[in-house]
Write a protein that binds this ligand. Structure first.
Ligand code: IPD
Length: 287
């Protein structure tokens, strides 16, 4: 992760203010749409993407359109990477990474664990670094957010709370979460890793939205999380929130999270978690 001084060499504090405010505005607008304009079950249009179980609804696409239109209005020269295809190149040092609806299957089934995820990133030394992250879950009445160097927060019915990851460092006592990809062969391998991990921790959860899983690590509801194969838009905002809450989000070797596997925990739990994930063949055959 870049530090604030490196980022401030590229963009000034007023720009960070503007990015933060736009991320909140766009997440709120998309969240309102998803909450209040969802068609009835029999009218919701659903298509498939990479596999028959990888669904996209008309609401994923409508929410992404709301977000990209706001970004293009206020910051027309920034790059955008959006899960549903709203990707455009930019002319500035800023890029937006958007998952308009993380947890689409939950949304489809009216399970409230889904969120809008928006990260603003700045190019520092040739690498995109998240400087603002907002994960907004209207159905959970929760918004997790962070700005580089300024801490991570949860806004909910009780007000605003500064976040800190859990202090649990014993894997056998840790509550962990994971998720599954949409490809059947990969899912079978992920099941074998779950079988390895289940007897070695307190318990496992599969809530169905990677961004929320990561935010639950940030707010201490979970002690750790791993998942193979999640995409940049699933973790770009939430990884900053975990980091600003004092946790770490890495790949299997301690580097920045990538598409192989994303692991989040406090730094005391991380080594044993990684060791068991390696023993549980978390990378599988690469399918
Ligand atoms: C999915 C969710 C899920 C995770 C999958 C993701 P989507 O994102 O985050 O929890 O297990 O790997 O693809 O498809 O709902 O945006």
């Amino acid at each position: 992760m870049a530090n604030l001084a490196e980022v401030l060499d590229v963009v000034d504090d007023a720009t960070l203010d503007a990015l933060e405010s736009l991320a909140h505005q766009a997440a709120a607008a998309a969240g309102d749409l998803l909450m209040h304009e969802r068609p009835a079950d029999n009218e919701l249009q659903v298509a498939t993407k990479t596999t028959p179980s990888d669904v996209v609804t008309e609401m994923d696409e409508a929410a992404e359109a709301v977000i990209t239109s706001l970004i293009r209005t206020f910051r027309p020269e920034d790059a955008i990477v959006g899960e549903e295809g709203g990707t455009t190149a930019g002319l500035t040092a800023v890029r937006w990474v958007i998952d308009p609806l993380d947890g689409t299957v939950n949304y489809l089934y009216r399970i409230p664990c889904w969120a809008v995820s928006i990260a603003a990133q700045v190019m520092v030394d040739g690498q995109w670094r998240s400087v603002v992250g907002v994960v907004h879950s209207p159905a959970l009445r929760s918004t997790w957010h962070a700005r580089l160097g300024a801490g991570a927060f949860l806004d909910d019915a009780d007000g605003r709370e500064r976040l800190r990851v859990s202090g649990q460092t014993q894997l056998s006592q840790a509550l962990l979460a994971t998720g599954f990809g949409y490809d059947a062969a990969r899912r079978a391998e992920q099941g074998r890793t779950v079988a390895h991990m289940a007897p070695r921790c307190r318990d496992l959860r599969r809530a169905g939205a990677a961004a929320v899983d990561l935010c639950w690590v940030a707010d201490g509801r979970l002690d750790g999380y791993w998942e193979r194969g999640i995409k940049l838009w699933d973790h770009a905002a939430a990884a900053l929130i975990v980091a600003e809450a004092g946790g770490i989000v890495t790949d299997l070797y301690g580097g920045p999270p990538g598409s192989d596997v994303v692991i989040a925990a406090n730094s005391g739990l991380w080594p044993d978690l990684v060791a068991e994930l390696k023993a549980g063949d978390v990378l599988g055959s690469g399918v």
